[in-house]
Structures are given as C-alpha cells and as structure tokens.
Write a protein that binds this ligand. Structure first.
Ligand code: SF4
Ligand code: SF4
Length: 89
C-alpha cells in the first residue's frame, strides 16, 4: 500500500454506515487502505487517499458505498506504477 494522497476534500466517495453489514470487503479490495473494519462496521479512515477506482462500491453487498469512478483512477494507477507522486487532477 502506498502513502499516496490526492487533493484533499475533492473525493466523491460516500459511505453510509447505517447500511454497512460489516463484511470487510471494502477494506479487503481497496488498494489504498481507505477503509478499515472496526467491530461490525467499516470506517472511512483515509478518505483523501481514495483514487475513485470503484472497487469498494462494486464489492459492497449492502450498497453502502457510492463513488464516481473516473479518470483519477487511471491516472493514479499509471503514476503509481511510474513512481510519480503528487496530485493527479
Ligand atoms: S463492503 Fe459494504 S457492507 Fe462490507 S464492510 Fe464495507 S461498507 Fe460495510
Ligand atoms: S474507490 Fe477504490 S480507492 Fe476509493 S475507497 Fe473504493 S476501493 Fe479504495
């Protein structure tokens, strides 16, 4: 997991704690450690590290996560592979 962080406060990621059933999938699939599992609920611990890839939303069985997947994902992955750090958008 990288320490990469994008621009602060611009991520479209939203999480509805009431709907969460605590399966842990979001924490498992997120490449940037945005979610952690605390007891029987997920917790958004590193929101500004989200690259909007959409993996958590696609794998959440409770539809507790929404995110607008976009270019930030592709650019972020390419930059990370190239070892380039800094804001992606
Ligand atoms: S994948 Fe959805 S239901 Fe499972 S822990 Fe994460 S937010 Fe909760
Ligand atoms: S959209 Fe991708 S980077 Fe953002 S929290 Fe979900 S899995 Fe992690």
């Amino acid at each position: 997991m990288s320490n990469f962080q994008y621009l602060t406060g611009v991520v479209t990621l939203e999480y509805d704690k009431k709907s969460c059933i605590g399966c842990g999938m979001c924490a498992l699939v997120c490449p940037h450690g945005v979610f952690t599992l605390e007891g029987k609920k997920a917790r958004l611990t590193e929101r500004d590290r989200c690259m909007e890839c959409g993996a958590c939303m696609k794998n959440c069985p409770a539809s507790a996560i929404t995110v607008t997947a976009g270019e930030g994902c592709v650019r972020g992955v390419i930059n990370e592979l190239l070892g380039i750090e800094g804001p992606c958008c």
